[in-house]
Design a protein around this ligand. Structure first.
Ligand code: ADP
Ligand code: MG
Length: 362
């Protein structure tokens, strides 16, 4: 068959079919609204994007569209000009709003009346990605800056501490001495954490028994648990409990999570530390994972804070540093793992860490 005969599609009916196929294949949604504010044409994609009732008989009133889009259409009809909105936020149902790139272009019809063609595409994901990149960039700068700053402040702290110690020797004041040394220790902790956060650490990884690491981490926080009469429940069900990693770093992960849980709990709270093996969805999706959960019955986390927990310096505590969770997440990622959080205000919080399971023979 010749190339020519293959492309013989220029009759009026075929032309119409082609126009329809093209219209339906468009990645953007297209609507046509006439001067009487009636939607006279809508592609499937437009119906899908705007959550319009499918197969609605046309023409349909403009009021079917979200109000901000109605306003842009009216503006274009009245001014007979093309309007482009890079990001128009449209509330599509009670909860979700999405961002759209919208172009509304007037088109003169043969009879002299004016229609507008609305072309819209959902750019919500691009907007989110853009936000993410801006945030990452900010954090990268902050990371470098904070490591430099931490060095400087740590150096300056040495003479300050010496002079304060000397002053306190001369003027005995137990209360002042207590406050100064506590605050100095706090500053020192912050600086160490900041340095650690900024550092690209290359630690040695080897076989680790998770339950031993968890036991050790629990010993580190036993005073804090006892101080608040928090009951501890262990459900160590991962057999084997082997992972590949660095035990000191993993201990830091669990101590951070345990301390946060204690700090969020009131007197007589309850803390559950559990492990189990999670099978991979299919043999091709990698080795099984060990899941470690730290669940408290504390104050929980406000929904608006959930997205910010892992940001450096985000803290809701008077004396917090906001570095525990960013460091925790970094270590988990360095172990090819994953950390998630589930929380209900006034009920409690569960952090889950997933790590690739190690060699069974450990
Ligand atoms: P810090 O403990 O110094 O505040 P983190 O990075 O460890 O810093 O934690 C950041 C914030 O996350 C805390 O200030 C707190 O608001 C919240 N958070 C973390 N863990 C919990 C938890 N188990 N329960 C409630 N809030 C928590
Ligand atoms: Mg903390």
């Amino acid at each position: 068959m010749s190339a020519r005969s293959q492309h013989r599609t220029d009759g009026p009916v075929e032309g119409l079919n082609l126009a329809r196929s093209l219209r339906d294949a468009l990645a953007s949604g297209v609507l046509v609204v006439n001067a009487r504010e009636l939607i006279v044409s809508a592609t499937h994609e437009a119906e899908r994007l705007l959550h319009l009732p499918t197969g609605k008989t046309l023409p349909a009133p403009l009021s079917l569209l979200p109000v901000p889009l109605q306003n842009v259409v009216r503006e274009a009809l009245a001014g007979k000009t093309t309007i482009t909105c890079d990001q128009l936020t449209l509330a599509l149902n009670d909860k979700h709003s999405r961002n759209f790139h919208v172009t509304v272009q007037p088109v003169q019809r043969d009879a002299g009346s004016l229609d507008v063609v609305v072309v819209l595409s959902d750019v919500t994901r691009f907007a989110q990605l853009e936000q993410g990149i801006i945030r990452l960039d900010r954090l990268a700068t902050l990371g470098t800056l904070s490591a430099d700053m931490a060095h400087e402040i740590k150096n300056a702290l040495v003479p300050v501490k010496t002079f304060v110690d000397l002053l306190l020797e001369k003027h005995h004041d137990e209360e002042l001495a207590g406050i100064v040394s506590r605050e100095m220790r706090r500053l020192d902790t912050i600086m160490r954490q900041m340095l650690r956060f900024g550092a690209k650490e290359r630690s040695t990884h080897g076989p680790v028994c998770l339950h031993a690491v968890l036991e050790h981490s629990l010993r580190m926080v036993q005073h804090q648990l006892a101080g608040k009469f928090i009951s501890l429940h262990r459900a160590f069900n991962a057999t084997p409990d082997a992972v590949q990693g660095n035990d000191h770093q993993l201990e830091q992960v669990f101590v951070n999570l345990l301390l946060n849980a204690v700090e969020a709990s009131g007197q007589n709270g309850s803390l559950t530390v559990a492990t189990d093996l999670v099978a991979a969805a299919s043999p091709r999706s990698g080795p099984p994972q060990v899941r470690i959960t730290v669940a408290d019955t504390g104050m929980g986390i406000a929904p608006e804070n959930l997205d910010r927990l892992f940001e450096p310096f985000f803290t809701t505590k008077h004396h917090g540093t906001g570095l525990g969770l960013p460091i925790t997440r970094r270590i988990v990622h360095e172990h090819q793992g994953h950390i998630t959080v589930h929380s209900e205000p006034n009920k409690g919080t569960t952090f889950s860490v997933l790590l690739p399971a190690g060699d069974q023979a450990l």
